[in-house]
Design a protein around this ligand. Sequence first.
Ligand SMILES: Nc1ncnc2c1ncn2[C@@H]1O[C@H](COP(=O)(O)OP(=O)(O)O)[C@@H](O)[C@H]1O
Ligand SMILES: [Mg+2]
Length: 455
Amino acid sequence: MTSNNNPLLSKLYIHVDVGGGETMVAGQLIVDRVRRTGAFKYARGYCRDERAYPLDPINLPLVEGAIYETPITRDNLGVAGALLDAGPDDWGRRVLMALLDPPPSNDLEFLLSGSGNGTGTIFFTESRGGCAMQEVPVKMLPKEFQSLEDIMETAIRLDEGLPVEKEKAMFFEYGSGLGGVRPKTFVDEVQYNKELGEKRVDRWIVKFPRKTDLVDHCLLEHATMKMAKEAGCDVVDTKIMETARGPVLLVKRFDVETDGERHHVVSAKSLIGPMPENAGARAELESYPNIGRIIGQVSESSEQETRELFRRMLFNIAVGNVDDHPKNHSFSKPPGKKQMQLTPAYDVLPTVGIEGSPQAISVGPFGGHQNPKAIASCAEAMGIGEEEAEEIAQDVLAATKDWEEKMLDEGLTPKEVNIVRKSMASRAHVQAYLASMGSEEREREKRTKGISMSR
Ligand SMILES: Nc1ncnc2c1ncn2[C@@H]1O[C@H](COP(=O)(O)OP(=O)(O)O)[C@@H](O)[C@H]1O
Ligand SMILES: [Mg+2]
């Protein structure tokens, strides 16, 4: 792990995995603190290599010689979103602060320190030559899981900002470049098939509980992801691992294939681009219809993925997942391909504690409100016909109908189910949407009947 003691660090080299275990210098980031801007430029050799791909096809298209500037703001040191996506968020920063002395103190230092320990294909170095792609430590599940209680204890202590032993904190180094707020790390599950003499590696993100949780989040996320799958959403696989300290959640990684080949990953937040000051303009950009437009710009199967996004939106509304912010939607470029695609859904669960809030991103023209008009306008903006939207809404309602039973089956207690009830009351929004479609149709029928009778 790179410890960095240079508070004036102003330049990073960006390397990417181009497949087959090879990396290339993709470009350079220079932050000019006086001009208060960061500038990213692709390397010439990279632009001319057939394996090259843009780190962000909308905001950083692969153009030789182009310089992309990002102004330094209060919460960003002039680093383009696609690069920040490859670095740690709240949780990873907490881990790095516990592991490094002195701790990293700005975005560049965090990117450098967490380099290679996050998702996707991007790595950072301070000098041009310095990136032999970091050896990813293989974490054998059977061995590690004997001490998972220990790891969980450490996760909880790190999460609370309490001191932890360095050796225990080191377990989290591998996931220190990961995004999100909740405690998590990576594990690789290695299975041997003796008969076939084959080895299979499944790669997971492990998510741990937090002391402040009102409900067991691991069980809740697992139960919700299962319902999302039943509702026809394309979701990552999840499973629960029981430990003496309670359940932990394993989420199958979408950014690495079983053979180790990596997907380049960019969040919807980065693809949306820089945010204007004006609240109305922000609400329009951070919206389901706009993510739909982005799908149209970057994906080959845009029609199918736009429908998928609409389905996810209705599901999020139904289960009261109001934490559907633009970092909880991502795009990935699979190894060997040029185009991006919407990743499977992740981090989908009722947002306990702020029930009844609007969605984090806009549904209709007036923000995240979930009323039938807003949902209908979203369907229209995404080019989804009434019949199809109705089918999707029905799928979502059918999959969430017996939610109590399903959550109890997954191990949530009746008391926890009661807490989640307030979030699940949001199913009523989807029911109201369905009812509104029916009523419009009835109105139309009445009108046509009226016309034929008067004839
Ligand atoms: N299955 C996955 N495969 C690869 N990356 C993932 C996966 N799930 C989440 N991520 C990445 O990790 C980040 C954090 O995960 P998330 O489940 O959203 O955590 P949190 O609950 O802390 O927000 C996401 O924003 C995404 O970039
Ligand atoms: Mg998240």
